[in-house]
Ligand binder design. Structure first.
Ligand SMILES: [Zn+2]
Length: 667
């Protein structure tokens, strides 16, 4: 259905195609009403009979529409007329603007010159915008007009069905002003001083002036285009109701029936304004704004606990009344297209939304427990960007090894670690490093987490028969140099990956094992011959994320005797002298880190590089411990070594490292 389709299909396309501008229909029109965020957009661009002009035939019009953008830009320069982005200055407004929009609609054949004359005549007697008048007269459909505006300005379209509004932004202007100026605050980020607004007419100077008055100084505004009646409808719905979590909870407390209603039976309008629906929206919004990677909805015997995972740690965000659980669970299941009738079997689903101006994918899983269904949402932030390899905090030792690995043109580079250990970030950064125009990189992923330029990314659909194993076969026929396989889970995939490595490809992949040495036995378990593995693997990485100390408030202290025992060696690898303890850092607390003492995370990484000696040992079927012994003689540094180095560097605390890594043999 709708959500899934969007998230899968839109990834590789450019933004414009995604917004459905330029004569094509918005791709997301088929979102079912029960998806709840409401179908407020007008029906797909099917003009009624009385409307003489339509975008159809869409195909032949497209080139014209595309070509008009640069033309419009030239023209606007010549006339010193409006520029498409607010930052670049504002239009002088009035008639110039009307003429321009009107003329361009005529140029593109969307309305006739006569229709424009009629509309301009009407305009003299009406306070309405020219676009609105054209729509009122039935000369153009509002969806077509909005698509045209988005196309000609290069702005994205606002889609209320797939956007969560920021309650804090709504307070910026009153409902009355929102309706008067035809604009709706979508999000406000005070920290970055950025705001997103949906507007019916991005050229409306008066509205933009009003905006400048209410926004903080120097705030960067991003405008989204929206058909006027859709905007008005959204304004009515958004302002009519409480959107803050506390407010909604208060409302629910005074209205016991609301919590128990079957959400499926609600009409579209009711679903939009129902407090449970608003509550779920507000909770998801809050979590994403906090930078949470996972949301845990946990029913207990008498209450529901909601915990967010932020920077690797679970924090209890809310405790809610148990009475709301069936409603919340049902709502989450409707959004992620699960079977709401089935409460006894584990299920999984997904949906995608624009939260505060960011595109986010949510993967949802439910698991029945004795107190009801436990539901976990994993957030995949599509707007997250790839971190350059040299900014990931690798040690000098590891950086050199990575360079060596990447320079080997054939073989497998495996990154291991549990879920949430930052494997994907490391893999993408490496891929980004080898991504040059003279190589062909193809990926198989589930799901595609980041989109990379120049790289052909394929989304594995196990359910639809496109498995990793099948995918690699198809992918190898596409003449790739470098292949990224999201994860090796079974024998067939492992075999294919190995085959690819042995036929001259560089293969990147991930495995679930505890440490780098675990990669070999794991592959042998899957049915690979040790003799085949030897020589085919470039290196096995293992990593864990530890918390980074807030640089503004970290506290230096000499290590205690207990801490010295854990540290074992000094910064230069010499045994520690506990009479002369080294200085290490501890978390403090300041406004910058929200009094936590930590900010962000960094990976502790070990790299098991396979040279000829290692290969020979592997081929002989040697045990893990023998591999470890040999690696040590070759200067192997474990995750613990890397962690302690980061402790000495003051990047992290010993506490955080001990909590995350295995220190059992030092205790
Ligand atoms: Zn701090």
């Amino acid at each position: 259905m709708g959500f899934t389709k969007m998230s899968e299909d839109s990834a590789p396309k450019d933004k414009r195609a995604e917004t459905g501008a330029g004569g094509g229909l918005p791709a997301d029109m088929n979102i079912p009403a029960d998806a709840g965020l409401d179908a407020m957009m007008p029906p797909p661009d099917k003009p009624t009979e009385k409307k003489p002009l339509t975008l159809e035939p869409a195909e032949p019009k497209k080139p014209a529409a595309a070509a008009s953008a640069p033309k419009a830009a030239e023209k606007s320069e010549a006339e010193a007329a409006p520029s498409p982005t607010l930052q670049q200055g504002l239009p002088p407004g009035g008639d110039v603007k009307n003429k321009r929009i009107g003329d361009r609609l005529v140029e593109q054949g969307l309305i006739s010159p006569d229709q424009l004359k009629v509309a301009l005549y009407e305009k003299q007697r009406s306070p309405k915008l020219l676009g609105e008048i054209l729509v009122d007269l039935g000369f153009i459909s509002s969806a077509t007009l909005s698509a045209f505006l988005a196309e000609s300005t290069g702005l994205q379209q606002f889609d209320p069905k797939k956007t969560m509004l920021d309650p804090a932004a709504l307070d910026l202007i009153t409902k009355k002003d929102a309706l008067k100026y035809q604009m709706l605050p979508v999000t406000l980020d005070r920290e970055k001083n950025k705001a997103v607004f949906a507007m019916a007419d991005p050229y409306d100077v008066v509205a933009i002036d009003k905006l400048r008055q209410v926004l903080p100084r120097g705030c960067a505004i991003t405008t989204l285009v929206c058909p006027p009646e859709v905007l008005a409808d959204t304004i009515h719905k958004s302002y009519g109701v409480t959107t803050s979590i506390d407010g909604i909870l208060k409302e629910l407390a005074g209205d016991a029936a609301s919590a128990k209603i079957n959400l499926e039976t609600l009409s579209e309008d009711e679903a939009y304004s129902h407090p449970i629906v608003r509550l779920v929206n507000a909770l998801v919004f809050e979590a994403v704004k906090m930078g949470a990677s996972d949301l845990h909805f946990e029913p207990e015997e008498n209450f529901i606990r909601l915990r967010f995972r932020v920077d690797g740690d679970l924090i209890t965000a809310h405790t809610l009344h148990k009475e709301y659980w069936s409603g919340i669970a049902q709502r989450l299941k409707i959004m992620s297209e699960m079977n709401i009738a089935d409460k006894l079997m584990p299920q999984d689903g997904r949906f995608n939304l624009n939260v505060g101006g960011r595109e986010a994918d949510f993967r949802v899983s439910s698991l029945p427990t004795v107190h009801g269904e436990n539901i976990v949402l994993r957030v995949l932030d599509k707007s997250a960007s790839i971190v350059p390899l040299n900014q990931l905090g690798f040690s000098e030792h590891n950086r050199k090894l990575i360079e060596k690995c990447l320079s080997r043109p054939e073989g497998i580079i495996i990154v291991t670690g549990p879920t949430g250990s930052g494997k994907t970030t490391t893999l993408y950064s490496m891929l980004n490093e080898v991504n040059t125009p003279d190589v062909n990189i193809q990926t198989l992923e589930d799901p595609v987490e980041y989109s990379l330029g120049l790289i052909r990314q394929t989304h594995v659909r196990e359910g639809a028969g496109l498995t990793f194993a099948e995918g690699i076969k198809a992918l190898l026929r596409q003449d790739p140099d470098i292949i990224f396989i999201g994860e090796v889970r079974d024998k067939v995939t492992a075999e294919q990956a190995l085959k690819a490595a042995m036929t001259g490809h560089q293969v990147f992949t991930s495995l679930h094992t505890n440490d780098s040495f675990g990669a070999i036995p794991r592959l042998v378990d899957m049915g690979m011959q040790p003799g085949m593995l030897a020589g085919a693997i470039i290196a096995a990485f293992a990593q864990r994320l530890v918390r980074k100390l807030c640089p503004s408030c970290k506290v230096a202290k000499p290590a205690t005797p207990e801490e010295c025992k854990l540290l074992l060696y000094d910064q230069h690898g010499e045994p520690l002298d506990s009479d002369n303890p080294p200085t290490i850092y501890h978390p403090g607390g300041c406004p910058e880190c929200g009094n936590v003492g930590y900010k962000g995370r960094i990976a502790c990484v070990e790299i098991l590089y396979m040279d000829e000696d290692m290969d020979n040992l592997i081929a002989s079927g040697a045990h893990k411990s023998e591999l470890k012994k040999l690696a040590r003689t070759k200067g192997f540094k474990s995750m613990v070594d890397d962690g302690i180095l980061k402790v000495y560097e003051g990047v992290t605390s010993l506490d955080s490292v001990v909590k995350t890594l295995n220190f059992a043999d030092r205790m």
